[in-house]
Design a protein around this ligand. Structure first.
Ligand code: ATP
Ligand code: MG
Length: 426
């Protein structure tokens, strides 16, 4: 026998018993984001590879070894998107959206060829935000406040905010030289990856996970020492306003982020409850990227959060279930079954938001009742030849001790309207 085909390693089905958590997360995020005036943008899952190599950076992990790249039948070099920012910038330039400030958000699957493990997958989902055309620290603060509000709305009270500034290009260049000079004197003590990065991407050595490298890095000069007045004041204003807003944070001078395009503010929200993959949201300012991709110079700031990690936390926290069905429509006999579509459509028209499952496939009263019970519905609506002849529908409460009754269609619609509003309130 041939083997069953399975999902690709690191790519997961989200099954119906988990979907309520996803809906809760996505709906809450959408509400919070629209409450701050952000609107959704949807871009293709596939882009030309050059978009990512030019924005994320040639010598980053993502572009060097994590992208799903391929040639299409035309011979064009394409990639599944590994993140959302590059596509947003591309779309904003392409559609001339950057004449005024834009507050955008996106959601959807991203693809990275990483080693699958807890909290790290090859297809994963992000919700992200990009704000274009605003240069001041007020917008950096806004997106941090917005994420803090989202955590509160979701009941997360224990995320840690880490913050850093990467300076501007010139400041970073100056720092890079100092860092390389320092690390070069310890070259033989660095791990192999970091030795290689010394020439290509030395700032990444700062967040090396290698313990011995970490020791060397602990005494390295910090970027803060290379900052000019303007960058310093931008950063200090954010810190001051976070203090004023009562949002705790830690300044982490080794927070550098894995993508090349960041400057000035970078931040991460981290939890200790997910093991090694503790960053649930990460972002920062990327003032150079729009121009780098051919647009007119436009300041920008944004973040992305990893939904799988948030879903795992929500699952640890409690139970989520889709709302139960209001009713299960039981129809026995040929005539009753033939009348069912007309009657159930009438009920759907008359009762907005009604969650009604109409039985399909025939069968006895007994077998249909079993299914009604298993469906979790609160009510069974019953139509047999007898009810049909008298133009009524039987109403049986499946979860409470209420006497069974019969109602004509109009009265039934009113009854269901009352029942659905009372269940929506509980
Ligand atoms: P990490 O350091 O965990 O690899 P990153 O810096 O590569 O993260 P970003 O590109 O900034 O991550 O993505 C933002 C968020 O998306 C991360 O903080 C994380 O929550 C989530 N994320 C990133 N990669 C994955 C993945 N492979 N699987 C699941 N979630 C991910
Ligand atoms: Mg990564």
């Amino acid at each position: 026998m041939s083997k069953n085909i399975q999902a690709i390693r690191g790519m997961h089905d989200i099954l119906p018993d988990r979907i309520a958590i996803w809906h809760r997360l996505e709906d809450t995020a959408r509400e919070v984001l629209s409450g701050y005036g952000y609107t959704e943008i949807r871009t293709p899952l596939v882009e030309v590879t050059e978009l990512f190599s030019r924005s994320i950076g040639e010598v980053t992990d993502i572009v060097e070894k994590e992208m799903y790249s391929f040639e299409d039948r035309n011979g064009d070099g394409l990639s599944l998107r590994p993140e959302g920012t590059a596509s947003c910038v591309r779309a904003a330039i392409e559609h001339g959206m950057l004449m005024q400030p834009q507050r955008l958000w996106y959601r959807g699957p991203m693809f990275r060829y990483e080693r699958p493990q807890r909290g790290r997958y090859r297809q994963f989902h992000q919700i992200g935000v990009e704000a274009f055309g605003l240069a001041g620290p007020d917008i950096d603060l806004e997106i941090i406040l917005l994420t803090a509000r989202l955590w509160r709305a979701l009941g997360f009270e224990r995320f840690r905010l880490e913050l850093n500034t990467l300076g501007d290009q010139a400041e970073r260049q100056a720092y890079r030289e100092r860092l390389v000079a320092y690390l070069s004197t310890h070259l033989d003590q660095l791990d192999a990856d970091s030795q290689r990065r010394l020439a290509t991407n030395p700032l990444r050595i700062l967040d090396s996970k290698n313990p011995q490298t970490q020791q060397i890095v602990a005494d390295a000069p910090t970027l803060m020492d290379c900052l000019g007045d303007e960058t310093r004041s931008h950063f200090e204003q954010i810190c001051r306003n976070l203090d004023a807003a009562g949002i705790g944070y830690q300044i982490n001078p080794r927070l550098v982020r894995g993508l090349d395009y960041y400057n000035r503010t970078v931040f991460e929200w981290i939890t200790d409850e997910l093991g090694a993959q503790g960053t649930v949201c990460a972002g920062g300012r990327y003032d150079g990227l729009v121009a780098q991709l051919g647009g007119r110079p436009t300041p920008a700031v944004g973040f992305a959060m990893g939904l799988e990690r948030l879903v795992e936390l929500m699952q640890q926290d409690g139970q989520f279930a889709e709302p139960p069905l209001d009713a299960y429509f039981v129809a026995v006999g040929d005539k009753a079954q033939a009348a069912t579509p007309r009657l159930t459509e009438q009920l759907r028209d008359a009762v907005p938001g009604l969650r009604l499952l109409a039985h399909c496939g025939g069968g006895s009263f007994k077998s249909q009742f079993k299914k009604a019970d298993k469906s979790g519905a609160r009510l069974a609506l019953i139509l047999g030849e007898d009810e049909l002849a008298r133009q009524v529908v039987g109403v049986k409460h499946l979860r409470e001790d209420v006497e069974q009754r019969e109602l004509e269609m109009e009265a039934l619609a009113a009854y269901l309207r009352a029942a659905t509003t009372s269940s929506a309130e509980t």
